[in-house]
Design a protein around this ligand. Structure first.
Ligand SMILES: [Zn+2]
Ligand SMILES: [Zn+2]
Length: 245
């Protein structure tokens, strides 16, 4: 019986990793329905944090939030909006153990990295770290999964020990901007400073939500000797005050 069920599986068409419907012939990666739901981020967007603007009539320029709140990173870029099928896929990947989605995500992210930076300008990839306690709960650091694979695909080295999270922080969804900054202050530290000195760093995470975490990480990395810090995330949450300005 076991042989039969294995054989049966062999003839089943592959499933979409996002919605798990069986794929049509010729479909690869995500099914065409899930793919069509992804809102890929294209210009015009904020020249600093990368949030897309609703109006298509403008050129890239700094958004309201970036004009009033200092950003320590130079530019942040993301592949898609954190909504619908992309949000669902990230959720499955992060909380439901669908780690095979890493290869789809890093395919897109490697394209984005090459598009926005090229392969020559970046010297080091660094994942946004998790506090050891959170790491034990989840079992893996999603940013490290992305960085490892991105490094393999682009040949740019990565370092997971330079940036560490020394203080656990509460989820930031319900905090105001000022509370978020206060909560994150002192949460990260740099070790092995000699490996960071003078480097152009790309900080990597799965989702850019308010930017508070990557901003605090960027500040710490610059103080630790990095020459410049940029940010690449798979998705950018659109529900922030800057959307559409
Ligand atoms: Zn699908
Ligand atoms: Zn911005």
């Amino acid at each position: 019986m076991k042989f039969q069920s294995t054989l049966f599986q062999f003839f089943l068409p592959p499933q979409c990793p996002c919605c798990e419907t069986f794929m049509e012939e010729g479909e690869e990666g995500f099914c065409s329905n899930c793919l069509s739901e992804i809102h890929w981020i294209e210009p015009p967007f904020c020249s600093i944090c990368g949030i897309p603007f609703i109006s298509k009539e403008v050129e890239n320029h700094p958004c309201g939030t970036c004009l009033t709140h200092r950003k320590y990173f130079t530019i942040a870029r993301a592949l898609g909006a954190y909504e619908r099928s992309l949000q669902e896929a990230i959720h499955r990947w992060k909380y439901k153990g669908k780690v095979h989605l890493t290869s789809y995500f890093t395919n897109w992210m490697a394209d984005g990295l090459i598009h926005y930076w090229g392969l020559e300008s970046l010297q080091l990839l660094i994942p946004v770290p998790l506090h050891p306690q959170r790491l034990r709960e989840r079992g893996f650091n999603q940013a490290l999964l992305l960085v490892r694979e991105l490094s393999r695909r682009t040949g740019i080295p990565y370092e997971k020990r330079i940036l560490q999270k020394k203080k656990p922080t509460v989820p930031q969804v319900n905090l105001s901007g000022a509370e978020r900054e206060k909560e994150l202050r002192g949460a990260f530290l740099v070790s092995r400073q000699e490996d960071l000195e003078g480097k152009v760093v790309l900080l990597v995470d799965d989702v850019y939500t308010t930017g508070a975490t990557v901003n605090e990480c960027s500040k710490v990395l610059l103080r630790g000797g990095a020459k410049r810090v940029d940010v690449l995330t798979l998705a950018h949450a659109l529900k922030t005050s800057s959307f559409g300005i």
